[in-house]
Design a protein around this ligand. Structure first.
Ligand code: COA
Length: 331
């Protein structure tokens, strides 16, 4: 069973098409609530990556030479240089034939060859994924929860009540809308804010704090352009000092404009306790209602142990749609 590494300089469109078809067939079975996979999202992952760090791609074929399994393997370089992050997916029609094992083995060999010592992979909390991870001797390192908010069914009375209660505690703060790429004069402040996400719980994951920089923020902005996602960032400013102290970021897919993804929400430690997380998220819902009224679903992931963010999401009426698991293994 041969694993073929894809050449990012010369991606064979047949390999990309085969990989996308497998990922999409798996999505329909494993996570039909998720947004469909597209050629451009998959190719962007291999040519540019999430923040300018492309994934290595590999495929495995069935007896008819058709792509039947896909591996995406990322090696962070700005921080966490001990990690390889693998994403393994096998066509539902070709499962239990050893393809997943072959892709896993290839990811271990490649990760060791890069001098990395820990392999991390994420899965939905599904019986096949859990059984496979256990068979690969991966340890369950963190439990995650995916929630969705249905934007056509928002209970605005409830949201306004929550917002009014929060306003009482946040009189020293105001919110600024910052759509699209970050303005040049805001970059340093947004970089500092972005670091606040490192306080989110990681449970048993062997993951170090992420290092943010202007270069990384610009790479993130560029990824959104390549993925054809419109970016909405709301920032909380401390009026007495003018400091930017918190933000929430959402992206709306331009090809599938009913679907929005919640990215980071974080508040600098010194400014917590003023309900800014909730205020930012309610204001984001208002903004989406005005500028993207067609959005139906806003999807968000949190560690199950992230009590503060989970409490905000529950207050806003998010509903749990899936569980996820972060697995890891020292290699
Ligand atoms: C998980 C996944 C990659 C497994 O792929 P696969 O090609 O079916 O896996 P393999 O055939 O190599 O299975 C290797 C071993 O894992 C275990 N396993 C895999 N699927 C299983 C299942 N549905 N039930 C019980 N055990 C299972 C078995 O021990 C199996 O060995 P065996 O068949 O000799 O008993 C596939 O189901 C998938 O793509 N799921 C969605 C994506 C995902 O969860 N990926 C991340 C996994 S950490």
């Amino acid at each position: 069973m041969n694993v073929t590494w894809l050449d990012p300089e010369q991606l064979d469109p047949r390999d990309v098409a085969g990989a996308v078809a497998v990922l999409e067939a798996a999505r329909v079975v494993d996570a039909p609530h998720e947004m469909p996979i597209t050629m451009s999202t998959f190719s962007t992952g291999l040519t540019y990556g999430w923040e300018g760090e492309p994934a290595l791609g590999a495929v495995i074929r069935d007896a008819h030479a058709r792509v039947a399994g896909v591996l995406q393997l990322t090696f962070p370089n700005r921080d966490n240089r001990h990690l390889g992050m693998a994403d393994i997916c096998v066509d539902p029609r070709a499962r239990r034939q050893g393809l997943g094992q072959a892709l896993y083995d290839a990811s271990v060999v490649r990760t060791r060859a890069e001098g990395r010592t820990t392999l991390v992979t994420y899965s939905f909390d599904l019986p096949a994924s859990v059984a496979f991870a256990k068979a690969m001797a991966l340890e369950r390192a963190s439990d995650e929860v995916q929630r969705e908010q249905r934007l056509l069914e928002l209970d605005w009375d409830r949201l306004d009540r929550e917002r009014l209660a929060a306003v009482e505690r946040s009189r020293d703060y105001e919110l600024l809308a910052m759509p699209g790429a970050t303005p040049d004069d805001m970059v340093d402040a947004i970089v500092e804010l972005s670091g606040a996400i490192n306080d989110a719980p990681m449970d048993d994951l062997d993951i170090e704090d992420e290092v943010f920089s202007a270069e990384r923020l610009r790479a993130f902005d560029q990824t959104q352009v390549l993925l054809r996602r419109r970016l909405y960032r709301l920032v909380a400013r401390h009026r007495p000092t003018g400091a930017l102290v918190g933000h929430t970021v959402v992206a709306v897919d331009q090809e599938q404009p009913w679907y929005a993804l919640q990215y980071d929400t974080s508040v600098l430690r010194a400014h917590r306790g003023h309900r800014l997380g909730l205020l930012l998220k309610v204001a984001m819902l208002r903004w989406l209602q005005t500028d993207e009224p067609q959005v139906r679903v806003l999807s968000t992931w949190n560690a199950a142990s992230n009590d503060h963010m989970v409490a905000v999401n529950e207050a806003l009426g998010y509903e749990v749609v899936a569980g996820g698991i972060a697995w890891q293994r020292s290699i």
